[in-house]
Write a protein that binds this ligand. Sequence first.
Ligand SMILES: Cc1cc2nc3c(=O)[nH]c(=O)nc-3n(C[C@H](O)[C@H](O)[C@H](O)COP(=O)(O)O)c2cc1C
Length: 482
Amino acid sequence: MARTHVLAATPLCELLGCRHPLILAGMGGVARSELVAAVSAFGGFGILGMVREPLALIEREVARVRALTDRPFGVNLIPSGTAHALLRSQVDLCIALRVPVVELFWDIDEDVIDRLRAAGITVVHQVGTVHEALHAQAAGAHAIIAQGVEAGGHVRGRQPLLRLLPEVLGCVDVPVAAAGGLADGRDVGQVLAMGAQAAVLGTALMMTTESFAHEVHKQRLVQAASRDVLLTEDFHINWPPLAAVHVLPNAVTRGERGDPFTSERQVIGEEEGRPIYCFSTDSPLRSMTGDLQAMALYAGLGVGRIDDIVPAAVRLQRILQAAAAHLRLVAEAPGALASPVCYAAEVQQGEQAALAGEARALLVLERAAALGVFDAWRHAAQVQRRQCLQRVLDAQARGCAVLVRALRSADAALPEGGRHEEASASGGDASMEALQRTRGDLDERWDALLPRLDAALAAEARQALEARASAWDGLAQHLQRV
Ligand SMILES: Cc1cc2nc3c(=O)[nH]c(=O)nc-3n(C[C@H](O)[C@H](O)[C@H](O)COP(=O)(O)O)c2cc1C
């Protein structure tokens, strides 16, 4: 009989109201009611991709999800990709419809977050950098999605997921989910093992029978290899400038349709009377006709590892099983703790526990320091000072990431959240002074921890600490000059 595995629900699952730590990415056009309901009914968390959609469509799609399942779901909106008046009414509508969760992406719009929170809506923010994660948290997001550069569609940051994720986990204290290139159970198991509280699936769930992507797009995805995927700014109409997307190659990316930025607008398709322009961010949907191959054929870097179109429940079940099996294998792997001599194993366990305790205590302090640096950045008016603080924050995040990895490799939990509101209330210069005072203490703690980390982690920690020392020196010199 086949073994069934389950993935434990996480605090983020509790916050969202789902059973499994698997989230459908809020893909514009593609994640409509049929797919969202299928994911939520399965026990994952479905998010309707409603960027720039008119109110009537949002209302209809929300009603359809509710008719198909009684499980919770979310709505994705993109403030900076939406005209101001439409955005306002989209938010009003989400509030009026009592949508339980709204997921936001791209620039952080503090007013929108405030309004959603005040209405009791859970806010999830997708981000591409640690800096943005801290900003979203400070603005009130209840949870963060760390998007790695492997993601399909719009790509916010440039760091690979496995580098970004531990940095974000180390620096924020709200729950963090991981997105970008997650194609199978092993990928999902890996990010959960690292401490993510859920995996966000875009491309993998676009390749399902329920997704609203056009069959032409789905078939291109089935045939694609990961090396085919391109990062380009060619598809820009409807979006803030300089926004890169991951797509499969087509006439546009080969330059056969002219210059995306200087060519006259050409209509290449239609959706229920609405023109679809060449170089726009629209991807081919079931409801569209026209030159579908010339539209944005979004794909994440995991696409080469998925070769079929199946019902969402089948994809999710496969991922769930394989991810749970991966986590079990990691937990049972013969490693430091599996000594044949019981006494030695106990000693090692004791050492691991002590190491984890110290790493966690240091991470709490480093996290508070990262928050302090971010807070100082927010209050800094001068560009140069901001640049110096940004360098400090980048180095700080690298140190936090080492601690996250040390904790996870000892199978220890990350510190609980809840400190950020109190820490960020301190104000810019006050937090800078507090930081300067704690630097010595942090260095001493690192000195004690470094010899006990494994060699690779210790080497990374040393590099991060050197980078931080040099960034602090740069900041000190700047402060002397002004
Ligand atoms: C077809 C497609 C459309 C997307 N549209 C949106 C969107 O409207 N809003 C959003 O926040 N993210 C959007 N994304 C990005 C996803 O939120 C997520 O980061 C990405 O799908 C994760 O990478 P993966 O596709 O490799 O799983 C889109 C992604 C794809 C593939």
